[in-house]
Design a protein around this ligand. Structure first.
Ligand code: SF4
Length: 303
């Protein structure tokens, strides 16, 4: 089937299945083009929960589809490519969290949304890269076990020095590839251009950047900036949206290695196939879901 026929068929199936298609901003362009909503993982899951749709197709990685299922337990959630996972989310298991809690009984566990539903279920609070600082500043506990991203955890610790933050040795394999040398090289090449990085980057990279923020914060910065050239230090799928929002600006990647292979696995054929067969359904145990919802609800209360 050629691309236009495939797109047509997906639209037909979306109607037939009463489905909503979500695409993370790191997805390939053809997927972002057919989506009803594009954005970051929590934003997408919340938007889908508000719709009347009976099914959600989440074009992203597994923990994102799980988050959608947590927030929409009565909807069918489909993940187009079952082995699209997040290496960082896989760096910690629920048993690791339980052990950490035993070793630090006075500490609260704050888990980044980039984690499995089982890990969320044994955590006290969930957070996103947009709200992690505010959440940790506002919760009553003075000691925090931050999982799984040590880079985001270090960034938070720097901004909330009054709290003791215990880090786990996890990281995003994509953002962690960026080095200080990348910053130095790009600074020489484009001395006037602000360098924007995601807090999943290493602390030494964050320390040399002009702006640090989540994907939504980076989007906002670029919309409002008067700079004509900007350097982007997050996954390169975001360029598509940046260019759509600011067609007169030029965006350059901080590193050519900012590509997440898992985010690039989903193709139109995969979306077509799951909608045709209603396969790759994400199942979440009801008890685990209940506990994970509590961590997510507490995030909304404090962030
Ligand atoms: S970009 Fe990083 S955090 Fe996001 S899915 Fe890929 S590995 Fe995971």
């Amino acid at each position: 089937m050629d691309k236009s026929k495939l797109t047509e068929e997906i639209k037909r199936l979306r109607e037939q299945r009463k489905a909503v298609i979500l695409a993370h901003l790191y997805q390939v362009e053809e997927i972002q083009d057919i989506a009803d909503f594009t954005g970051d993982s929590l934003e997408l899951s919340r938007k889908a929960a508000e719709t009347e749709a009976q099914a959600i197709v989440f074009c992203g990685v597994r923990f994102m589809a799980e988050t959608a299922k947590i927030l929409s337990p009565d909807k069918t959630v489909l993940l187009p490519v079952m082995d699209a996972g997040c290496p960082m989310a896989d760096m910690i298991a629920a048993e690791d969290v339980i052990k950490l809690k035993k070793e630090n009984p006075q500490a609260a566990v704050v888990c980044y949304i980039n984690s499995s539903v089982e890990v969320k279920a044994v955590s006290d609070y969930c957070c996103t890269s947009s709200n992690a600082i505010n959440l940790i500043r506002n919760i009553p506990e003075k000691e925090i076990i931050f999982i799984p991203d040590k880079n985001l955890g270090s960034f938070v610790a720097k901004h909330v020095p009054e709290k003791k933050i215990i880090l786990w040795d996890g990281f995003c394999v994509t953002h962690h590839r960026v080095t200080e040398k990348d910053i130095e090289d790009v600074r020489k090449k484009y001395p006037e251009a602000p360098i924007l990085v995601h807090p999943e980057c290493r602390p030494e990279v964050i320390g040399k950047a002009d702006f640090v923020g989540s994907t939504s914060h980076i989007l906002k910065y670029t919309r409002e900036s008067r700079a004509e050239d900007l350097i982007i230090g997050t996954e390169m799928g975001i360029l598509y949206r940046l260019q759509q929002e600011s067609p007169n600006k030029k965006f350059f990647m901080l590193s050519p290695h900012l590509i997440c292979p898992n985010m690039k696995k989903t193709r139109l054929e995969d979306v077509y196939n799951v909608l045709t067969e209603m396969r790759n359904q994400i199942k979440v145990d009801a008890v685990i879901r209940e506990k994970a919802v509590t961590a997510l609800d507490k995030m909304l209360k404090f962030s």
